[in-house]
Design a protein around this ligand. Structure first.
Ligand SMILES: C[S@@+](CC[C@H](N)C(=O)[O-])C[C@H]1O[C@@H](n2cnc3c(N)ncnc32)[C@H](O)[C@@H]1O
Length: 370
């Protein structure tokens, strides 16, 4: 994404607002934009799978392992359990933005420039989201699932929601709005606690601010805009009392200890980027985190393979209820701790969160999928 240098623009509102999304790759004077586009398109990175669906060569495998190593060392994130095609596509994009065609040269660039490691690590996390994404899902939650949840609550009980991979916050705020509306309908004084976690720090910063462009009017009804938002600089800011119900925190779903005693977990459009076995590991972890009969909501292209731990609430909408059977011991193990993660309830003693350093096993698994 290229944006005009705001100082040069007659009205700087539009470029500033694009820059604030955190997805801009170049900020340039208009005169430099055409040559940049041409150079970007003329750069043809040589990356396995993406270019010609060929197997990676031994040299490329070694280089990619080194790239993973740099990412782990400098950002504490391990991408070796993400799907190879996504990872390689993002590396290709970063190479193009750096006008680099050779993987070994890109590795050198990463070694020389820590900011490129950070940029790659952030690009590997895809933070696209919307308010009330997949409206039928939110209608079902509003009409059936959340009322059932509230019916079981008594005065003073907490209602705990966890939005895993919350990106810039739209999903967490959408769920909070539904909870606040339900609490008013049921006229019961429950404590609403929404935990919203992600690995992408710029996305989390935007989520905490709660400032969104005017475009959200396409996804949020007029009534909700009036009730839960304030107008700000041509856009909308979620109201302070709603912001205060949500705790946004840096948290790696694959390595940091999970929350527990949760009524509703929403983990949408995150598992799709992970390999199958780690998807199952996450499902096991969510089973442990949920209260009896707790609800798990997945993204529209995500599902649960075995039904031992969950039963279907609505297959099409990817909604599941926890089965009240003992949790399996989570296998999630191999990721280092994310810094600054927030305090969570420690798992019970029969649940072991292993913390050994990853790599060899997970990287060889990664390659066997290429
Ligand atoms: C496509 S967004 C989904 C946003 C929202 N859940 C939705 O469906 O609209 C995926 C999010 O998952 C986050 N993510 C990826 N891996 C993660 C991990 N291991 N732990 C926590 N968040 C992760 C990314 O940073 C990104 O913000």
């Amino acid at each position: 994404v290229i944006v005009q240098e705001p100082n040069e623009a007659e009205f700087d509102g539009m470029p500033q607002s694009a820059i604030s999304t955190g997805v801009v790759d170049f900020i340039l004077p208009v005169g430099e934009i055409p040559a940049t586009i041409v150079r970007y398109h003329q750069t043809r990175p040589q990356v396995p799978i993406i270019e010609d669906k060929r197997e990676a060569t031994e040299d490329e495998r070694v280089i990619l392992q080194k790239i993973f190593g740099l990412l782990r060392a400098r950002t504490e994130r391990d991408f070796s359990r993400y799907k190879p095609a996504t990872v390689l596509r993002r590396i290709t994009k970063r190479m193009q933005l750096n006008y680099i065609e050779d993987l070994a040269v890109y590795l050198e660039r990463l070694r020389e420039r820590p900011e490129e490691v950070r940029a790659l690590a952030d690009d590997l996390l895809i933070t696209i989201t919307h308010f009330f994404r997949d409206p039928q899902v939110f209608e079902k939650l509003e009409r059936e699932i959340i009322p059932q949840l509230f019916e079981k609550k008594r005065e003073g009980d907490p209602v705990r929601v966890w939005s895993v991979g919350c990106a810039t916050g739209e999903e967490a705020y959408s769920l909070t709005i539904l909870m606040v509306e339900a609490a008013a309908r049921f006229d019961i004084a429950v404590t609403i606690q929404v935990f919203a976690t992600d690995l992408h720090s710029a996305a989390l910063a935007k989520a905490r601010e709660g400032v969104y462009s005017g475009d959200i009017a396409a996804d949020v009804s007029e009534e909700r805009l009036r009730r839960f938002f304030e107008r700000e600089n041509g856009g909308y800011r979620i109201r302070k009392d709603i912001r205060e119900l949500v705790v946004f925190a840096a948290h790696n779903a694959l390595s940091d200890p999970p929350y527990s005693r949760i009524d509703l977990i929403s983990c949408r459009n995150l598992m799709i980027y992970l390999e199958r076995d780690v998807q199952q590991d996450l499902i096991d972890l969510f089973h442990y985190s949920l209260n009896p009969d707790g609800i798990l909501l997945l993204g529209s292209a995500e599902s649960i393979e075995t039904s031992e731990l969950f039963r279907v609430a609505d297959k099409k909408l990817c909604l599941f209820y926890k089965r009240n059977v003992p949790s399996r011991e989570p296998r999630l193990s191999v990721f280092p701790l994310t810094r600054n993660h927030f305090p969570v309830t420690p798992p019970p003693r029969n649940i072991r969160i292993l913390r050994r350093s990853s790599t060899a096993a997970s990287i060889s698994r990664w390659w066997s999928n290429m």
